[in-house]
Design a protein around this ligand. Structure first.
Ligand code: FDA
Length: 394
């Protein structure tokens, strides 16, 4: 006998679980299917094990999408405060780290436990390690063919996420379903991802591997002021991950190291007070030593006293540090990307419910939709909010 549910949700990640809770609470019979061994694996590993579960400043301006207005409705109807109410009802302690980013005090697993307990209370049936082989439209709804046989549902919610970190079970399944129904897809690409450099530049920057510094990273009019990290593959750190969502192959980015300081003014002042110092000695008072040495050597100034530097030479050195243009070669790709940019074109969906306009009963939520947040808890907030509004509509 074919099992029947009001709702089948594919993907037991952040969005799928939140949607299941809302729909279950509204007395819908809900089956939540996932091919992974455990639910919410990305929640578990996020934020260094403490999950940056939301951002108190979340608004549509923190998201990239072909339609920047699409996320507004869901974000307004399920806010960071709503998620905090849920956390507090489960006595999960949290703190703000920086820039409005909220983390669990103890462990990301507390959030998974909370969602599982809410699902249990809402009578959601969770089935893991199920392969989904086909999805078909029927006159009454949908038929989902799984490794355990077919299931039927009046409504189908696709919450299988994006392609980031295939090792953790990420697939492009949501895009396949969207294509099957003839929906448009905004070309997916890895985002919030370290950028790589061509071999020549990488060799030049090899001595800097492992160094972090405060920076502002610019791409066109977009800027992010957060830490920058030099790695053995290229550039990483929050500022680079943020800009990677805007960067495209062939584009330059500009690095401003120590953006709160005026390096030229510091060098000039030091030339006046103690001109016998080497430039790199003065730079090393504000920059990591290896970085100071690197910039001085790149300008051939490693043994030059400040007193021997003209204003022009000082400005040139300062510019190399605070207006450093680099053309990344590429990115580390889906292997390390935190999210997938692009996805199901929001034009296909109703922003209040996430339902497909052309196929009633079919919904897409979470990361598979063309709504991608900045680094800092925004992507989970989108998963919670889109899952919530969908669950309320089922
Ligand atoms: P999610 O990917 O969470 O869930 C999709 C589910 O579908 C998975 O359980 C998967 O197994 C399942 N699935 C996929 N294909 C399937 C198939 N073919 N059949 C059956 N099941 C299938 N965001 C943030 O806001 N704060 C943070 O701290 C972090 N940190 C972070 C760290 C790392 C390392 C990564 C990779 C990502 C983050 N993120 C983040 C991003 C965040 O994890 C992400 O945006 C959300 O998990 C998206 O939620 P979804 O439910 O849409 O997809």
């Amino acid at each position: 006998m074919v099992r029947k549910f009001d709702v089948v949700i594919l993907g037991a990640g952040a969005a799928g679980m939140m949607c299941a809770i809302r729909a279950g609470r509204r007395s819908r019979s809900v089956l939540l299917l996932d091919h992974a061994r455990a639910p919410g694996e990305k929640i578990r590993i996020s934020g260094g094990g403490r999950c940056n579960f939301t951002n108190i400043h979340a608004s549509a301006r923190n998201f990239l999408s072909a339609n920047p207005h699409f996320a507004k409705s869901a974000l307004a109807r399920f806010t960071p405060r709503d998620f905090l109410d849920m956390m507090e009802a489960h006595r999960i302690a949290w703190h703000e780290k920086t820039l409005g980013q909220l983390f669990c005090d103890e462990s990301a697993k507390d959030i998974i436990r909370m969602l599982l307990s809410e699902m249990k209370a809402a009578n959601v049936v969770l089935e893991l390690q199920k392969q989904i082989t086909a999805v078909e439209k029927t006159p009454d709804g949908f038929r989902i063919v799984t490794s355990d046989g077919p299931v039927e549902a009046g409504a189908l919610v696709v919450a299988t996420g994006g392609k980031s970190i295939p090792k953790m079970g990420a697939t492009g399944f949501a895009y396949e379903i969207a294509r099957q129904f003839g929906f448009k897809i905004v070309e997916p690409r890895p985002a919030l991802v370290p950028l790589t450099l061509d071999p020549n530049l990488l060799e030049k920057l090899a001595p800097l591997s492992g160094i972090a510094a405060p920076a502002e990273v610019r791409h066109g009019k977009t800027t992010f002021r957060e830490a920058l990290l030099f790695t053995h593959r290229g550039l990483s750190g929050p500022s680079i991950l943020q800009i990677s969502s805007y960067w495209r192959e062939g584009d330059d980015i500009t690095l401003v190291i120590e953006p709160d300081l005026d390096i030229a003014a510091i060098l000039r002042a030091a030339r006046k007070t103690n001109g016998r110092q080497a430039a790199q000695t003065v730079l090393a008072e504000t920059l990591p030593k290896r970085l100071a040495q690197f910039f001085a050597e790149s300008r051939g100034l490693q043994n030059t006293h400040l007193a021997d530097l003209s204003d022009k030479a000082i400005d040139g050195l300062a510019t190399s540090i605070q207006s450093w243009t680099i053309r990344p070669a590429g990115s580390e790709g889906y292997r390390t990307a935190e999210v997938t940019l692009g996805g199901i074109d929001t034009f296909e969906l109703d922003s209040k419910t996430m339902q497909a306009k052309a196929v009633p009963g079919l919904y897409f939520i979470g990361e598979c939709v063309d709504v991608t947040g900045w680094l800092g808890g925004y992507n989970f907030q989108w998963a919670w909010a889109s899952g919530h509004v969908c669950g309320e509509a089922l």
